[in-house]
Design a protein around this ligand. Structure first.
Ligand SMILES: [Zn+2]
Length: 445
């Protein structure tokens, strides 16, 4: 017998046979139904869905039962083929989900508002490339990521070999111009490159989507750590930026977001957008203010066309990892931008990988900008990403404290709140919204 066994044995016995003093007496058979009813009542009291269930109309109760029945039928069928889409990598499970009857039903149900969507990532890259071709005057050049423009490779004549380059290692850059941009021979007409691609234009769009975006059918191989997923994610944005820096494409993109939101029965949408100047085909540069007004015009025009669309809100989102002075200057600029636009520039966010730039570093800048807003008779509503981690302790988790102290009215993700019951109580008391994004959280955390 091992020396510690005598110590362990009483512990194991106490777990297997808890002391009668700590447990209610077992029910007799006749008393069982009453005890069961008591237990169910005690459980129902604090359940999150109690109030909602009490409000359901007979038609909603009927719909809920029908939906439940279809969901169970589908779940049983999926178990037979051993693939349960929500448990699969999103890129692999997405198409199965789209064929689901339950998904179609959910799609048709009214959903109210989307409060957390990054406009740059809200539309598939394939669609953006098609739209770039449709708008015309679009050019592309290929750069090895990290090598910059100096090492950018000429596509012409090399296109058939493009697929030889390891996935994720090439990044296209786009530009709109009536002639070859800067006279640089590395630029090629997008439509020519697209149709010369092996497999044709559709294959090219798919290649761009998979090379540039974070989608992967094998995330466990492509992203062995959370860090590698974030690195790939961060690389998407310069490519997308080279497309939406062109005002006509940015306008198209917003309109498309409104269309797909409405098709999904979402009538109100608030979009995060990284403030940038834009340009048109004449080379005219539009300021940030001119650009946001152009986006507002797109929303108003869409609302006039589709009265069921409830409208949009814009949430300028600044890169938190930039130099503190730069972030502070941009925060002040956003406050100035809000003056007179408060009803649709609804808040400001600080975005980017939280661990690279804890909110604590930006506290003095945010506080002084809030004062500045006061002098301009406006406010700086903060909708901040915080707690986007599974862990308690690291910077993203600590960001929850700063977000709350800085008066954030909404918290993006907030996954690590699960580890802070006192903060959850505070959030409920202060009526702060938590923007929950399940698919995003399964990819980035
Ligand atoms: Zn987000």
């Amino acid at each position: 017998m091992l020396p510690w066994t005598p110590l362990l044995l009483p512990l194991l016995l106490s777990l297997a046979f808890p002391s009668p003093a700590t447990q209610s007496p077992l029910p007799t058979l006749p008393a069982y139904p009453t005890r069961l009813a008591d237990l169910k009542r005690a459980d129902a009291g604090p359940r999150f869905d109690r109030a909602t269930r009490a409000l359901l109309s007979p038609a909603e109760i009927q719909f809920s039962a029908a939906l439940g029945h279809r969901r169970d039928t589908e779940a049983r069928a999926l178990r037979l083929i051993e693939s349960f889409p929500p448990a699969m990598p999103f890129a692999a499970g997405r198409d199965i989900m789209r064929r689901s009857e339950v998904y179609a039903l959910l799609e048709s149900m009214p959903k109210g508002a989307v409060l957390h969507s990054h406009s740059a990532a809200a539309v598939g890259l394939g669609w953006m490339v098609q739209e770039a071709v449709r708008l015309g005057d679009s050019w592309i050049r290929l750069a090895g990521w990290g090598l910059g423009k100096v090492a950018s490779r000429k596509l012409a004549g090399r296109v058939p070999g493009m697929h030889e380059v390891a996935p994720g290692t090439w990044m296209p850059e786009f530009r709109f111009s009536r002639s070859r941009p800067d006279g640089d021979p590395h630029w090629d007409p997008l439509d020519a490159v697209r149709s010369a691609y092996p497999g044709g234009a559709a294959a090219f769009d798919k290649a761009v989507e998979f090379n540039v975006s974070i989608l992967s059918s094998h995330p466990e191989i492509d992203y062995p750590t959370d860090k590698t997923a974030w690195v790939k994610f961060a690389r998407c944005f310069p490519v997308i930026g080279s497309l939406i820096g062109y005002l006509p494409l940015l306008r198209s993109q917003f309109r498309h977001i409104f269309e797909i939101s409405l098709a999904d029965s979402t009538t109100l949408i608030e979009l995060r957008w990284v403030p940038n100047t834009t340009y048109d085909i004449t080379g005219r540069v539009y300021t940030v203010a001119e650009t946001v007004d152009a986006l507002h015009d797109v929303a108003e025009a869409f609302k006039a066309e589709r009265p069921e669309f409830g409208g949009f809100g814009l949430i300028p989102s600044l890169f938190r990892a930039a130099d503190v002075k730069v972030v502070e200057a941009q925060l002040r600029q956003m406050v100035e931008l809000r003056v007179g636009r408060e009803d649709w520039i609804v808040g400001v966010d600080l975005v980017g990988e939280e661990i690279l730039a804890p909110l604590s570093v930006l506290v003095p800048s945010v506080l002084s900008t809030q004062q500045y807003a006061h002098t301009l008779n406006t406010t700086l509503p903060l909708f901040l990403h915080a707690g986007e981690t599974l862990l308690a302790g690291p910077a993203p988790d600590e960001n929850l404290y700063d977000a709350l102290l800085l008066g954030a009215r909404r918290i993006g993700h907030g996954i690590s709140l699960a580890r802070h019951p006192a903060l959850i109580d505070l959030i409920i008391k202060e009526e702060i919204a938590v923007e929950v994004c399940l698919i995003s959280n399964s990819m980035l955390r």
